[in-house]
Design a protein around this ligand. Structure first.
Ligand code: HOC
Length: 387
């Protein structure tokens, strides 16, 4: 077993172990992938301010996200097709998150259904929903998430239409994979993955099969979703969903200060500053670059979270110091899942937690809630040169 010291180690193992089409699904952005790359590289432009001779005993990363206690302010983001990275992937990720004490968010486009995950866990998780034209589907999903005792609804707003990811088209992404010659040659080297997949019955879209007639694989799902994502999404529709849900609601995909102010007026419990991991509007600025302006725009009127590009505890520290009250990791835990299943997700969380804890200490901070701009060195033009 190789020694795993950082998220990149898990990524290398994930690449070796998982079919190319699913690794690529995870490791891609839309079109030129500019925004996908910027999400990661812009974290590198921010530096941490080192402090010495400060009492570091009794540090704490514990905090709250939307009022719920978390071991560290890092949730597992909703990721489509997680159950294709490893058999029963959503269940494994949810269990790892539960054991660690951080929220798990189940995607509408998951392989394990909301009922599967509820049956395999003991604490409430969060459910992510797309706004679809088919109100019956939306309402049924809300009811299913309510029955599963999900403790927050994460409503994705930046996917009214699917951004094109070249790799998925070139690979013929499907779930389960269609057995073309290149796929079979690839699977021949990924037999551990294949054996696990043969042992589970969950190989298609658990939340959708049964509702969308004829939708059994990703190619059909692509057409179904292309028709279903609601191009006429507006705040009235968001309000309808909020009223039907009646619980905590997090609006995900905010990248603009006016939109953030609108979400605060709307009364969201939190917003997620996000460009969908660089998978939607290619050319949008990175989440971390947009975060400070959005935090200033909304003040304390709504809790601000962020996702996009977090690959280390240092990145988490930077986002929190820039004003986020919570962060999400997507690819960072998917690498772990693809590498080692549930143990890999746990490992990803441990790596990030340890990096966060040690970096906090070296910045002279004992409490994650006390992080702020005083911990950072940010280039003067970090925000301002993109007017
Ligand atoms: C085949 C799935 O959030 C993503 C997901 C949404 C995918 C919908 C179609 O891939 O970014």
């Amino acid at each position: 077993m190789p020694v795993i010291t950082c998220i990149d180690d898990l990524k290398r193992m994930h690449r070796r172990r998982t079919p190319k089409m699913f690794f690529d699904y995870c490791e891609s952005g839309s079109y030129s992938e500019q925004t996908f790359r910027d999400n990661v590289s812009d974290f590198g432009a921010i530096r941490l301010r080192q402090k010495v001779a400060v009492d570091m005993a009794g540090r704490s990363t514990a905090s709250k996200m939307i009022g719920q206690p978390v071991a560290m302010p890092v949730a597992l983001a909703p990721v489509g097709l997680t159950g294709m990275q490893a058999a029963d992937g959503e269940i494994k990720a949810a269990r790892a998150a539960e054991a660690f004490g951080v929220p798990f968010t189940l995607s509408t486009m998951s392989i394990c259904s909301v009922e599967d995950v509820a049956a395999a866990t003991t604490k409430p998780f969060w459910f992510q929903l797309y706004v679809m034209r088919d109100e019956d589907f939306v309402d049924q999903m809300l009811e299913r998430a309510q029955r599963a005792s999900c403790s927050a609804l994460v409503l994705t707003l930046d996917l009214q239409i699917l951004g094109q990811r070249h790799k998925d088209l070139k690979n013929g992404l499907s779930a389960p994979p269609k057995l073309t010659l290149p796929v079979m040659l690839d699977l021949a080297t990924k037999w551990g993955w294949g054996l696990e997949m043969l042992r589970t019955r969950r190989r298609s879209f658990g939340n959708i099969v049964g509702h969308a007639k004829g939708v059994g694989d990703t190619s059909s799902l692509m057409s179904w979703t292309a028709e279903q994502f609601d191009p006429q999404l507006d705040w009235k529709k968001i309000a309808r969903i909020r009223d039907k849900w009646g619980g905590k609601i997090i609006l995900k995909g905010i990248l603009d200060e006016d939109d953030a102010r609108r979400a605060a007026d709307f009364g969201a419990d939190a917003i997620v500053v996000s460009n969908h991991g660089g998978r939607q509007l290619d050319g949008a600025l990175s989440s971390i670059r947009m975060l400070p302006g959005i935090v200033r725009a909304v003040g304390d009127r709504v809790e601000v979270h962020m996702d996009g590009g977090i690959r280390s505890g240092q990145d988490v520290l930077k986002a929190l110091a820039m004003g986020a009250k919570g962060t999400y990791i997507g690819r960072s835990y998917i690498y772990g899942l693809g590498a080692m299943g549930e143990a890999g997700v746990r490992r990803a969380l441990e790596v990030i937690w340890k990096e966060l804890d040690i970096s906090m200490a070296l910045c002279g901070e004992k409490d994650v809630k006390a992080l702020g701009p005083h911990n950072l060195l940010v280039p003067r033009d970090f925000e301002g040169n993109w007017a």
